[in-house]
Design a protein around this ligand. Structure first.
Ligand SMILES: [Zn+2]
Length: 306
């Protein structure tokens, strides 16, 4: 190293140190980064009671995607009013292109389209302080639950991790937990709210926007009240976020996938490492939860529809 280069180096280091010492614009405003991640599904959105409303190409879908944006915008408003400095929204239903980007609160960032490596949780990482699951639904086989299913209505009868049958909210909370992020709020019907408390514990804030009569009918909370409840629930959840714990399970992770029919298990069994438990059930173990989740998705994706 010659002296000249050394001199430039010292100057550069000093300049860099000054940049580090200078307060960021966020600090000037009295804020430190406080990031919120939102995964938004559709079956648990206010107003939705039928798959026609959650499927592109139907007359009702156009209205339902507006309701979806409105529920998530209530959560964005709540988060920002509670001090969030960044809100990332991941569209998590079907094609994952349901929210018209122009309908989302412009202060939030949208993740849209599919497939995505982490699917309904794409975009989450350890920099987030909290996660909300908006518009979620109960697991397959739940009575009095709007459009109950687990990941794929036509393929999956149930999914267990370490012996516990989990709804999507649990499978996804484990992804958040993998990155050290707690799920602090879940919205949907009364059934998913009940399951959220069962899986995540009583401290999770739940917001019911409808109560199901069977699988395809519900009594809706009045529209404005539903959105106000989401916004208030978000403020409550973020108010006690410091005490929230990420949802974790002890590895290794024993996955069990129950298909609807044996032909689906025949295809899933093509994936190396899977074990046939019975005609319709496959099992496998993963040391890493994310790796296990990816295997699970592949097992579901290659199975033929019923
Ligand atoms: Zn969905």
């Amino acid at each position: 190293m010659n002296k000249r280069i050394m001199g430039i180096g010292v100057t550069a280091v000093l300049a860099f140190a000054l940049v580090l010492a200078a307060p960021s614009s966020a600090q000037v405003k009295g804020k430190t980064p406080f990031k919120v991640f939102i995964s938004v599904d559709m079956e648990g959105i206010w107003g939705v009671v039928h798959a026609d409303q959650t499927s592109p190409g139907t007359a009702e879908y156009g209205a339902a995607r507006k309701w979806m944006a409105a529920d998530v915008n209530a959560a964005v408003q709540g988060a920002i009013s509670a001090g969030a400095t960044e809100v990332v929204v991941n569209d998590s239903h079907g094609s994952m292109r349901n929210i018209d980007p122009g309908d989302l609160d412009p202060r939030a960032t949208l993740i849209t389209g599919s497939p995505k490596p982490l699917s309904m949780m794409q975009g989450i990482d350890p920099s987030f302080a909290a996660c909300f699951l908006i518009g979620y639904h109960a697991k397959a086989g739940t009575q009095d639950a709007i459009l109950d299913h687990t990941i794929s209505g036509s393929v999956v009868r149930g999914i267990k991790v370490n012996g516990l049958e989990l709804p999507e909210l649990g499978l996804n909370a484990l992804i958040a937990g993998y990155y050290g992020v707690p799920v602090v709020l879940v919205s949907g019907d009364t059934a998913v709210c009940r399951q959220a408390a069962e899986v995540l514990g009583k401290d999770v804030v739940t917001v019911a926007v409808k109560e199901a009569y069977g699988r395809l009918a519900a009594k809706l909370v009045p529209m404005d009240e539903a959105r106000q409840k989401i916004e208030a629930g978000v403020r409550e959840a973020l108010g006690k976020v410091a005490a929230a714990k990420p949802f974790k399970m002890q590895g290794p992770y024993a996955f069990e996938l129950m298909y609807h029919v044996s032909a689906q298990a025949d295809m899933g069994a093509m994936i190396p490492g899977t074990k046939r438990v019975d005609a319709r059930t496959l099992a496998f173990t993963a040391d890493d939860y994310i790796q296990g989740f990816r295997t699970l998705r592949a097992m579901i994706s290659i199975a033929p529809a019923r």
